[in-house]
Structures are given as structure tokens and as C-alpha cells.
Design a protein around this ligand. Structure first.
Ligand code: PLP
Length: 411
């Protein structure tokens, strides 16, 4: 009977109370349904290059295939030696000092390592400074680990750079770490050295671990260069995250890594924690590890995509021009990554619930986007746009968004 039902209900754990990942949330469910009903939906919801005709470099795939016969067994929990050696060389290229093969952890994407890094670090109610907006896995990983994500502002009126004063205000005795996403998802900002130095200085003063998510460090436009934060100091503990997903357009292979560097002397206990978690999951997916050395040492085809005439640059420009010309829409031109985070002037678009807004856009125009609050942005006035679709599709999508907005203004 229904009276017995509650006792039998299987509930999710309380640990998940503040854990969400709306990039794959309820709006995506509706999009799936619509596809089943026969509609073609243009999806701008995930940074999945393969879904838009971008191919992983052939040599990476071939190396994995060639090594398949050697990849059936478990390997070292931190990853196979040649891959970690190649990552070590990459840290040297990025001028990160004093990294040994042992400081490198390979995971099933950076995602797994982000969760591991937080699980190993946080006690209940410890705080981590996370950017707003953020790539929401970071907030979710902190909260899942019992910690509290405290969001610091990245300022759209200052090219989306982290607001140092806001970071200062949010540091408490419980703050254990600060997350920096650079190049940034969802804003496309790339941070100059002085901003990185200012964050490092705060980390130094307050003994914070710096978690630098640099997974887009080769996806750079207009000749900007990327500085790895860990290259700027050796007296702070850095965890640097990177992988094959974006720079090499191979996110399905699930190969990412984390590099521990800087002030390791006082971190032996934490590193032991990381090692416990790494060994608990035995090892990361092995075949993909065979692609890492080839990727890092091979031809960097990403450069062809981000040069002025490259596909990604052209698509960024199409999306940027189109959005900028829509009434009441403002957007900062991305310098890196695959996204932009436009704002809809609340006077023209009085959005109350931005999930409802993207749902209506989906129903009306068959375009799938993620609402800004899904990236821990506090006000319902933004969406994230992924500029991976080819120029024709992107032009089509922008037309549909413009049409939807016209109707929205006339309500
Ligand atoms: N970090 C950022 C900023 C991302 O945007 C993503 C994926 O979109 C990830 C990490 C996860 O990457 P991976 O595929 O290596 O798990």
C-alpha cells in the first residue's frame, strides 16, 4: 500500500544535498525526448568537440590501437611511465620547476582527479574558493567532499578577471584551497601574470592550496599566451590539471592528469591521501594512457584550429558578432577555450528562472543551451554558448536565438 512506500523508498545520500551538474540536467532530458519524437536539436550544451566533427589527431588514435595488446592489465596507480615522463617534460616546457614522475597522477579525465583532490583534502565544513561562474564540477566536487564552495567573483566588466578584493573578503580560517580555471570555462578569459601573482600572494599569506585547471591551455586566440600558475612560485602547493580532452579533442578517451608541484615539503600527509585514493581505484583507463606521449610530443594540430583563419577562431567570431548585435545582449570576446557567457539585459529580458528560459528556447527553436546559474552564476541573466558547431550551424543557431529573443521582448 502507499502507506508503506516511504519506508521502502531508496533515497540518495545526504552527501549529495549540494551537488549538482546541470550541464547534463533536466533540460537535456527534454531535448532527448524531443529527439526521440523526431526533432533535430542543435546542441550547444557540452564542450564535446567530437560531436561537431572535430577529430582527435590520427597519431594518438593509432598509438592507442597499436598498444591495445599491452593494455589489458592494471598498471601503476599513477599511470604508465612513458606517459608520466612526457607530462613531466610538458611541465618543463611550461616552466614549472621541480616536478618528478612521482608527482604526476593520470586519471580517467581531469574530472576524476578533481574529485580525488577534493576528497583527499577536505574535512566537513572546510572551505574552498571557487570562481563564479565556474565549471560546475568544481563546486560539486567540493560539496561532495563535505566542504563548502565559496564563490569569488570573476568580473565581466573587467574582462572576466578574478576580482582580487572579492577573493580577499571570502577567505576565512577554514579556507583550504583556491580554484583557478584558466583559460576559463564558461567565460573564455585568459589571465595575465599579474592577476595570477596576486592570487598566489593570497595563497601564500593564507596557506591555501592552489588548484589550477588548465585543461584549455592550448586553446588560445589572438596570439595570447598562457602561463601555468605553478611556474610563478615554488613556495605554495600547486595542483595543476590538464589532459587530452580539449587540446587534443579526445574527451571520450578519458585521459587527464594532475601535477603536484611547488611547496611539497609540508604536504606529505596530503600526498599520502592522494595516493590512497589513486590506489583504491587501481588505475586509470590504460589504452588512452598510450596516447599521451604521442599527443604531447607530436604535431600540435590545435594550432591550426586557433590561428586567425582557423575553424575555432572563425566560429568564435561568428558567435561573438551575432550575440553582440542582438538588442540588450552583451558579451566579452573569449581569448581562449570554447565558450562565451553572454548577458541579457534584465530590463529587456526579465528572466526569473533561467532554466525555464533555456527550456522555452529549446521548445521554440530546438537549440540546447545551459543556463548561467548552472555555472554557479548568482543572477538568472546569462547562458553559456559553446561555439563548436560549424559556421553554417552556428549562423543558423544565432538566427534562432535572435528570433526567440525578439519574441521574448514583445511579450
Ligand atoms: N575542467 C574544465 C574547466 C572543463 O571544462 C572540463 C570539461 O569540460 C573538465 C575539467 C573535465 O575534463 P576531462 O574530460 O579531462 O574530465
Amino acid at each position: 500500500t502507499s502507506a508503506e512506500a516511504p519506508a521502502r523508498a531508496v533515497a540518495k545520500s545526504a552527501k549529495l544535498a549540494n551537488v549538482c551538474y546541470e550541464i547534463r540536467g533536466p533540460v537535456l532530458e527534454r531535448a532527448r525526448q524531443m529527439e526521440e519524437e523526431g526533432h533535430r536539436i542543435i546542441k550547444l550544451n557540452t564542450g564535446n568537440p567530437a560531436a561537431f566533427g572535430f577529430e582527435a589527431p590520427e597519431e594518438i588514435t593509432q598509438d592507442m590501437i597499436r598498444n591495445m595488446g599491452n593494455a589489458a592489465g592494471y598498471v601503476d596507480s599513477k599511470g604508465i611511465f612513458p606517459a608520466r615522463k612526457a607530462i613531466m617534460h610538458y611541465t618543463q616546457e611550461k616552466k614549472i620547476a621541480n616536478v618528478h614522475v612521482d608527482d604526476i597522477y593520470i586519471g580517467n579525465g581531469a574530472s576524476e582527479l578533481i574529485v580525488m583532490a577534493m576528497q583527499a583534502l577536505l574535512n566537513n565544513d572546510d572551505e574552498v574558493l571557487v570562481p563564479a561562474p565556474d565549471y560546475p564540477l568544481w563546486t560539486a566536487a567540493v560539496n561532495l567532499s563535505g566542504g563548502k564552495a565559496r564563490h569569488y567573483l570573476c568580473d565581466p566588466n573587467n574582462g572576466w578577471l578574478p576580482a582580487i578584493d572579492d577573493i580577499k573578503k571570502k577567505i576565512t580560517p577554514r579556507t583550504k584551497a583556491i580554484v583557478v580555471i584558466n583559460p576559463n570555462n564558461p567565460t573564455g578569459a585568459v589571465y595575465p601574470d599579474d592577476v595570477l601573482q596576486a592570487i598566489i600572494e593570497l595563497a601564500r599569506q593564507h596557506n591555501l592550496v592552489v588548484c589550477s585547471d588548465e585543461i584549455y591551455d592550448k586553446v588560445l586566440y589572438d596570439g595570447v599566451t598562457h602561463t601555468s600558475m605553478a611556474a610563478l612560485a615554488d613556495d605554495v602547493l600547486f595542483l595543476t590539471f590538464n589532459g587530452l580532452s580539449k587540446n587534443y579533442r579526445a574527451c571520450g578517451y578519458r585521459a587527464g592528469w594532475m601535477v603536484v608541484s611547488g611547496e611539497k615539503r609540508y604536504a606529505a600527509d596530503y600526498i599520502e591521501g592522494l595516493n590512497i585514493l589513486a590506489t583504491m581505484r587501481l588505475c586509470a583507463n590504460v589504452p588512452a594512457q598510450y596516447g599521451i606521449q604521442t599527443a604531447l610530443g607530436g604535431y600540435q594540430s590545435i594550432n591550426d584550429l586557433v590561428k586567425p583563419t582557423g575553424r575555432l577562431t572563425r566560429q568564435r567570431d561568428i558567435a561573438y558578432e551575432a550575440l553582440s548585435s542582438m538588442p540588450g545582449v552583451s558579451v566579452v570576446k573569449p581569448k581562449g577555450a570554447l565558450y562565451m557567457f553572454p548577458r541579457f539585459d534584465p530590463k529587456m529580458y526579465p528572466i526569473v528562472d533561467d532554466q525555464q528560459f533555456v527550456l522555452e528556447l529549446l521548445e521554440a527553436e530546438r537549440v540546447l543551451l545551459v543556463q548561467g546559474t548552472g555555472f554557479n552564476w548568482a543572477t538568472p541573466d546569462r547562458i553559456r554558448v559553446v561555439f563548436l558547431p560549424n559556421s553554417d550551424d552556428l549562423t543558423e543557431v544565432m538566427g534562432r536565438i535572435a528570433r526567440f529573443l525578439d519574441g521574448y521582448r514583445k511579450r
